[in-house]
Design a protein around this ligand. Sequence first.
Ligand code: FAD
Length: 393
Amino acid sequence: ARPRVVIVGGGAGGANAARALLRDGRVEVTLVEPEPRYVAVFHSNLWLGGFIDFAALEFGYQGLARAGVRVVPQRADAIDRERREVRLADGGRLPYDRLILSPGIDLDYDSVPGWSRAAETVMPHAWKGGAQLRILKERLDAVPDGGLIVIIAPPNPFRCPPAPYERASMMAHRLKSTGRGGARIVIVDPKPKFSMQGLFQEGWEGHYPGMVEWMAPDISDGLLSVDPGTGTVVTGFETYREAALVNVIPAQQAGTIARSAALADASGWCPVEATSMASAMDPAVFVIGDAAIGGDIPKSAFAAGSQAQVAARALLAGLFGEAVPSATYASTCWSLITADDAVKVSGLYRPVDGRIRELEGTVSGAGEPPALRRRQQEENADWYGAMVAGMFG
Ligand code: FAD
């Protein structure tokens, strides 16, 4: 019989890993994923801005099943690493020779005083899952002209470093293009700087003058609390009352299943071998995507796809006694500021002294010509098309 590889999580990491293993053909691939449809949160900001339909974010697992993956529509409840078994929510067990975990993130509901899991329907995070995205969009569409939006940005490290700021841009675009240019978006940030900061700030000034305000921690004096009942956000500097929308993006950590299997360290994320994405805690388990601590590599869908390739090659080499190929990782994140104005940050990464290190990085320049920014948005759309076709096609 062929060796059994079980993958937990059918997102950017897991679906790409399944494809890579199928292409090789020497192992049996089982994918455990409870959601019937994946919602690609990684292009959700474009939907928020009104550039694409929700249908462009949703995918089923039929393509992977047709291609030969055994898709198990269950939640993985526990991992027995000694017996090499995944325990399913329905009590079933899946034995494995190698396990790939790509469960994404968990939100830390205690990281924002006054906020809670119960409050996420009133002050949505919209950082995972389709239901949250729809709540955010409904509330955005209900913001009146002159209304106030507060975005609570997360501390590092978190899923997709430029995404809160792309989200602010897309909210501003949506408001302005629907006659609500008098609305204001305040970003309360615990970080003194953020990804592509100069480019975003230049874009906000140019496209949305007076609409987007970024509160660095030394200006806001820190977030003290939120009150979902009244739409209040209290910082050391100012109290924002009756906000029409508060988007709380809390602190994050590796998905529960990875942490409960004791694959995370004190940081809440899973350390991995830089050459293979194998767990530092267990050589039979590979942790990829956002749940892993990727050294210098950001938590992005692009990076998760790249980690999936490295993990699949290393896993196969280990199983079949071949030399482990050298690892190279890549990530590019495009961010749309307004229609046809996209900026990007890219990096190439290799293992150096046991850590994944950035070898080369590039970022868009200030004041680039509109034609280049337009081309970058086309690149973004092409990348997304290829990514989701690779995962689900
Ligand atoms: P996910 O894609 O979240 O997949 C995890 C899967 O695991 C889910 O389907 C979940 O249901 C499943 N799962 C969890 N627990 C279990 C369990 N116990 N049993 C079985 N299944 C389980 N990245 C980019 O590259 N470019 C972008 O432009 C970009 N924009 C973004 C914008 C926003 C607003 C956000 C929030 C993110 C963005 N990202 C972007 C980041 C990207 O979405 C993530 O980095 C990527 O999805 C990580 O892949 P993953 O496989 O780790 O997790």
